[in-house]
Design a protein around this ligand. Sequence first.
Ligand code: SF4
Length: 386
Amino acid sequence: MTSSSDVPARLAAVRETMHAEFTREHADPWIVAYSGGKDSTLLLQLAWEIAAAVPTDAPRRPIYVVSNDTLVESPLVIRHLRRSLEVIREAVRDTGLPVTIKVTEPCIDQTFWVNVIGRGYIPPTRNFRWCTDRMKIAPTNDLIHKLVLAHERAVLLVGTRKSESQNRGRAMTERGVTATTMNPHSTIPNCRMFAPLADLLDDDVWKILMQRKPPWGGSHRDLITLYRNAGGGECPLVLSKEDAPSCGTTSPRFGCWTCTVVQKDRSMRGLIDAGHEEEDKLEALAAFREWLIELREDNRNRLPVRRDGFSKLREDGTRVFGPFTFEIREAILDRLRTLEEHLGRPLIQPAEIEVIDDIWRRDRIRENGRLALLAAIGVKPETVSA
Ligand code: SF4
């Protein structure tokens, strides 16, 4: 049975484990997965304190702080992440610590809008969650892969804890993850995973953060307010498919403002209900997200064939519908543009529009060619199956 009075002892154990790892006689860099949430903030804080305590004339291992921006992050969360990274960047300049900050983004061909508006993918569902891999795992793993290649080996520090949820605890136990062990990364050779916070409780993390200012300056006040108002957990930096269940689940997490995997976005709703100063703008984003769900649930908005041009029936004879029709894709873009005007800031990048135009042009040529061919041979388009 753990008690709150054990917090100093549990923190001391974490620090000791991290210190022992950092002062080993090798030069493998630390890659700290930082989402701006409470767990990764504590992780980075401890990593920073340990690195800062190493004498300046001793060899110091490089530290990479790696964050991910899906380009559709909840606005308050991404603002907090960007601000905190800016403060950290300044502190790096002032202290000369060997810390490098990297922020990954999805490849422009694989963003949320390119897939939904361009390719007509239905907004993600629990069973068709195409987003996590494209927007989070692939860009971040690409970067980690490059860092490992550049340094030959690396240690990836993650802020995951067993008490985050029952699923998380079970998954960590099954994979043999403990606070003191190194586990091989599931897809990146020569990359070892280190989860030193594994045994800390939610309350431990808050207590430690409230008692200790960030070593890069400022305070944790914004972070605490954000959580208090959103009333929830966090959508961590997702690094593997095993981590993915925590992204877009029904628990009240920060994630993409467009996330349609959850029926109710409880973190956004929490911020609105807390009377946030930008309540009107958050309300508009929430309404857009709910509209995306409505569009997805109505089969009349979808083509009767899949993107490969073939139709598919389930075993019970019902049709598997394809992507959104061109009209719906255009309607989403139009309403997104209107939303941008209302918010006074861009939600989609010019480069994404270029990719979408290109996909539309190619899709239309292909679809017109297919329909002309089927008309010529007298076959109904929706009857052609693979
Ligand atoms: S938060 Fe939702 S939309 Fe964003 S990557 Fe996760 S599951 Fe996908």
